[in-house]
Design a protein around this ligand. Sequence first.
Ligand code: FBP
Length: 553
Amino acid sequence: MIISPLQKQRLQYNPKLPGMLRHGIKEISVKEGEETRSVADQEKIAALFPNTYGKKEITFEKGENTSPAKKQVVGVILSGGQAPGGHNVVCGLYDALKATDKENVLFGFKGGPSGLLEDDYLIFDDEYIDQFRNTGGFDIIGSGRTKLETEEQFAVAAEVCKKHGITAIVIIGGDDSNTNAAVLAEYFAAHETGVQVIGCPKTIDGDLKNEDIECSFGFDTATKTYSELIGNIERDANSAKKYWHFVKVMGRSASHVALECALETQPNICLVSEEVAEKKMSLAQISNYIADSVAARAAKGWNFGVAIIPEGVVEFVPEFSVLIKEINELLAGEKAQEFNALASWKEKYAFIENGLTKESMAVFAILPETIQQQLFLERDPHGNVQVSLIESEKLFSALVKANLDERKKNGTYKGKFSPLHHFFGYEGRCAFPSNFDADYCYSLGYNAFMLIQYGYNGYLSKISNLSKPAEEWVAGGMPITKMMNMERRHGEDKPVIRKALVELDGKPFKYFEAHREQWAAETCYLYPGAIQYYGPDEVCNLTTRTLALEKGE
Ligand code: FBP
């Protein structure tokens, strides 16, 4: 097989473990800490997880390994969207498992959680796993979005585990997948299957974090990849001085990715969805805010700029989410057929006008026609509008243009506005993991095996102190139930891991807020360049600005 020179080099990279895991398997002992409580709704969560609630947090340290000798047969699953470093979680898990006992076995369930239900797997060996070390992607076993959440699924999972003699399952996923990992762990314990479940925190979106989990893996590499591209665009904009670039970045709901990219590149504009919701900003207010920057820069002769738009922003605009709800109602059941049978857009428009409230129609009317039509074309299997497919970068540039046209008419703006559009999402999810993600992920996997070996169930693999060099990282585990609260989902109260949105009083946002006025009017671009894998420490082992600011560095 032909591989690129970089891949060849990366296969040789030796990921760094936290200091306390470096002395060899025989020298890893466990220290139990305090019993834990869920972040909220303690009584309800305790009642729902009688076997796994309230367990102690644990830390590993150098000392005699006192875990019982037991042959381990572990199954690993990659769940949800790709995130750089996933392969290294599997490699770390495999290496710890084999270092403990060569007879131990690692199963990889293919294509996400459905692989476990369908008993579709491979068994890892050195030759296979060695091709994937320090590489991006999830192609080692594939991923998928099937949710493991029903009793029937758990029963099938238990059967599959029994058939292969599986002693533990490791689920590598985001907040939803780890919530389901906790429920599965409770099921396995309640049914005395003897199978343990360990989770690992993954998602480029960065929204699986809390006082225990400092960041999810993949966020570092994905944001560095997008920031490289945004920096390049800034430099191009500053060279040609003729385009405004509207860059949408991934992050289904939280704006951590957009904010981190803004901190790394200092663009003229970055929207933060959580702020839009907090201030109840309308589409008109947001476009006016961007148009102010365009106009201020044009007054200096700068008809160029860069605006970062988080993928999920429209869902945070109150009037827009009301509009979406009304559209979903408007096309519910058979009404969709009636609508689709209408021959022209004019007729369809009249149907819409008839069905929406006056307020929502006013919002709908200001949208560019392509976006209006998108709202009626792209439906999910339940018939709902897929908000994530709305081209919000084009939506905002069109609204800004309309705003500037008005300003032109009243003589307050005389510039030229030529927008270009970009969407950076999939480009970042399978990049070669940065050294940080390569080390962090390998450590998460290695550590997950130590949690299994010491008999823990329903725990999340936890590596902390991440803004420091790997030597000083702290390895341990946290009961997943500690991160849970009750939330309303599909009309029911459910125990879930709380999704971490951008905190408007947090240090990363505060830093951005303190500088954005200057960035909007002046040209303060930063060009972070490509991820560096080799070379001086200060460029190879950088953590994110978000993490550094959160840690007060
Ligand atoms: P996860 O939460 O599963 O990690 O996925 C996040 C994400 O990458 C979002 O940023 C994006 O909106 C979404 O996945 C895209 O999903 P898909 O890969 O199914 O198109």
